[in-house]
Design a protein around this ligand. Structure first.
Ligand SMILES: C[S@@+](CC[C@H](N)C(=O)[O-])C[C@H]1O[C@@H](n2cnc3c(N)ncnc32)[C@H](O)[C@@H]1O
Length: 467
């Protein structure tokens, strides 16, 4: 066992599930952030446990051939990206293996039972993210700061630049800071309880700014989250933002909203939304379908990859025009509307009311009359829907609720298409559906939606073993 602060020479062998490098010394595992398999490093032990510990890279003795220079100057402090120092080729290999290994270890599948297609990588790994949520706070000198939380912390790394977000965010953040300075508008300050690591006291007004850009339409939406009832000088804020983008014909601000969140919480949005300019949504397009997207609604963050992901989901659904399809966890109806064009009827279920409102409007906007949407929990609402031939699920990271898996198994649709942003919960659910559930795993496709980050999206097709 090692002592805290002990200096070790380590050979990094693999990448851990959170993107850290892994080294072994006499059978003991050490995780080292910002390192790459093949690096030989000098590291300081920072924490030790019974089975594994953590060390900090102090010096790279010999860099791995897969190590690259991060494009981002703050990549080590910011908690956003984990792979700025790793070649994209190795990042993709890691993600492919992550999905495979989760299905094998957590799902209990044998190698030959995992029909994995090669991961679909990004053509563009920079400036791909259409949505950003920046915390706003105060530094030691009392100046307003915006940027990103440092990893596992509430400390804001002050920056207006980010190489995975859209470049327009820089101008939006600079304009917000100038507005707050000019009109003496305070930034949110919270006191974190060191034991619970949760915020316990707070003051100041502006707590977050969220931006979303429609890549196909150029529409930009801004939402300022405040710890109060009104944003003072809201008209001036709108003027400043519009002026900042004056003369640009590639993008335009079409929505500015204020969200009220007076709770002391880590949850970004409160319930109340006030539109102070334009519409309470932006419009974007995927292929030939238009979508209205409210600030509350989920919308995939990487438009170029979303097309490929949805394309696979649609292919896996294998529709002929005759099927009744459920699209559970449907958000604003993105997948539903693609399915509806090829199916008899589509039933979407989604928990966020604003997203369902968007989904209904989106069906109308695109002249789609065979897609129906319900607000509620998928696990409660699905069993009230007409019997499906195909079920598509696209749950949040925690995966599908057990009750929903039971419903799927009771209804026995021919095909289940599972879109997942967390391979661990995907694997857990596959174990149920392909175990007692009577389904066979037919295809597994990983899609890189989050380049330079550790998360990976995937889509799987399951078919019934007994017809
Ligand atoms: C990963 S997103 C997928 C949305 C949509 N399929 C898309 O591609 O844009 C997951 C969605 O599930 C919703 N959600 C979370 N828990 C839910 C539940 N228990 N029942 C229904 N929807 C839920 C979220 O609000 C979110 O819109």
């Amino acid at each position: 066992m090692f002592e805290k602060n002990e200096i070790l020479e380590l050979q990094i062998e693999a990448i851990g599930s959170e993107g850290e490098g892994i080294a072994h010394v006499n059978g003991y595992t050490l995780f080292v952030k910002d390192t790459v398999p093949g690096d030989r490093i000098e590291a300081k032990v920072v924490k030790t446990g019974k089975n594994f510990g953590y060390a900090r890279c102090e010096r790279i003795i010999e860099p791995s051939p897969d190590r690259i220079e991060p494009v981002c100057p703050i990549s080590k402090r910011c908690g956003g990206c984990q792979f700025q120092h790793l070649s994209y080729e190795v990042e993709l290999k890691f993600k492919q293996e992550k999905v495979f290994n989760c299905i094998k270890r957590i799902g209990g599948f044998k190698d030959e039972e995992i029909p994995m297609l090669p991961i679909i990588g990004c053509e563009e790994i920079m400036h791909y993210r259409n949505k950003a949520q920046f915390p706003v706070g105060v530094d030691k000198n009392g100046e307003t700061v915006t940027g990103f939380y440092a990893e596992r912390s509430h400390e804001i790394v002050d920056t207006t630049k980010c190489c995975i977000h859209v470049e327009e965010n820089e101008l939006i953040l600079e304009t917000l800071k100038a507005f707050m300075k000019k009109y003496k508008i305070s930034a949110y300050e919270e006191k974190i309880n060191p034991k619970t690591r949760k915020p316990e006291k707070a003051k100041g007004l502006v707590r977050h700014i969220m931006t979303r850009k429609g890549f196909a339409t150029g529409e930009i939406g801004i939402c300022v989250v405040i710890n109060g009832n009104t944003l003072p000088n809201a008209a001036e804020f709108t003027d400043m933002m519009l002026k900042a983008f004056e003369g640009r014909n590639d993008v335009r601000i079409t929505s500015i909203c204020v969200n009220i969140n007076k709770k002391i919480t880590n949850v970004i949005f409160g319930d109340e939304l006030k539109c102070i300019y334009g519409e309470p949504y932006i419009v974007d397009m995927i292929e030939d379908i238009k979508f209205k997207i409210s600030p509350f609604s989920f919308y995939q963050v990487n438009p170029a990859q979303t097309r490929k992901l949805y394309g696979k989901a649609l292919e896996f659904a294998g529709l002929t025009g005759e099927e009744v399809v459920w699209d559970l966890y449907c958000g604003i109806g993105t997948i539903s509307l693609f399915l509806a064009k090829k199916a008899k009827e589509v039933y979407g279920v989604e928990i966020v009311p604003a997203a369902v409102e968007n989904a209904k409007e989106n069906a109308k906007l695109n002249g789609i009359e065979n897609a129906y949407f319900t607000v509620g929990k998928a696990e409660d609402e699905a069993k009230k829907l007409p019997k499906p031939d195909v079920i598509v699920v696209d749950p949040p990271r925690k995966g599908c609720d057990e009750k929903l898996l039971e419903t799927i198994m009771n209804y026995k649709p021919e095909r289940v298409v599972y879109v997942s942003c967390d391979p661990a919960t995907l694997a857990r659910d596959l174990k149920v559906l392909c175990g007692d559930g009577g389904y066979k795993l037919e295809e597994v496709q990983a899609v890189d939606q989050f380049s330079r980050g550790v998360h990976v999206e995937s889509v799987c097709l399951m078919t019934r073993k007994e017809k």
